[in-house]
Design a protein around this ligand. Sequence first.
Ligand SMILES: *Cc1c(COP(=O)(O)O)cnc(C)c1O
Length: 391
Amino acid sequence: MSKKISIELARRVKDLPPYLFAAIDKMKQGAIKKGVDLIDLSIGDPDIPTPKHIVQRMKKAVENPAHHRYPSYEGMLSFRQAVVDWYKRRFNVSLNPRTEVLSLIGSKEGIGHIPLAFINPGDVVLVPSPGYPVYPVATLFAGGKAHIMPLIKKNNFLPDLKAIPVSILKKTKLMFINYPNNPTAAVADRGFYKDVINFAVKNNIIVCHDAAYSEIYYGGQRPLSFLQMPGAKEVGIEFHSLSKTYNMTGWRIGFAVGNEKALAGLGKIKTNLDSGIFQAVQEAGIEALTTDDLVLRKIRNTYQERRDILYRGLKDIGLEVEKPVATFYLWVQVPNGFDSSGFIALLLEKAGVLATPGNGFGAPGEGYVRFAITVSAKKIKEAVERIRKIL
Ligand SMILES: *Cc1c(COP(=O)(O)O)cnc(C)c1O
């Protein structure tokens, strides 16, 4: 008879916050089992396929034996150059491809790793909440302490930097911000970014701006890059993803740009953990970054039509929601008498519509639900009709 060992998780895993979407997953599986014709508006993953020209380039690139070997850690220079050219065209920001661009296996990878480069046990990381769950988890994995910056309606879902206690700031090394924002769909203006830069200089904090949704916008108001502000490159970096812009979530390619020292620190972690992005995917990435704007406009128009249907519909029903000018999310206040989870359960049980509870993104998200417009206009119309019938 063989003896068993005791397999015990490390504290950093045991200390992970409860997975708040687990209950939702269970409800979803239950509904599917019961044969409910589910309309799933909980998915932050584009339903539109990757544009054809990118797939074609990948098909060719995969045949090239040079790409079958280990890629370079920091990314092919040609990919980094394509990033530089895109940044110049899109934001009029100049970057050095050798020192100010780092390729990432999706931006989640970079976000997840950067605290390892700069955070010692006990150091504080400022984290927006509700927000992308990777920010606090990456902080925890590095032994740091996440200090929550609540994003509330009164402040246009921007963090109140003045509300952060001095005692916290003394221990703060790094901060995450994310605009256009997931899940609130808020955007930031120049004034906010300037405040962040002054705040970072004053308190010696590395700024990590997550710009995953910079290209999902409506009405011609193009979101800003943090790096467009004077002094930004001295204090921080910006994370970008090809996932949302080009419908490439499955390809795993993104990049970080900006402060040379911050990127070198992240690069150091990466050289010791991963071996870069498959070069054929990087070639496809180059193709993506030179996509004709007509193609992107078509994608944006698709989302805009869906946004308009859902926004109008929910407004007509009497729900409190602002019309998003960016991202593919609607951040909706739950009706009186409900909390996030209760409203989600009602929508699922009575309407067969699945949304994400706001508190799953952090406690300050309580009282909201997030709808993602990653299903067809026809399905969104039907979802609205079903919700209308039950409210
Ligand atoms: C989707 C998303 C990302 C990550 O995307 P990758 O696929 O890892 O590039 C990062 N930040 C936010 C806020 C996101 O919603």
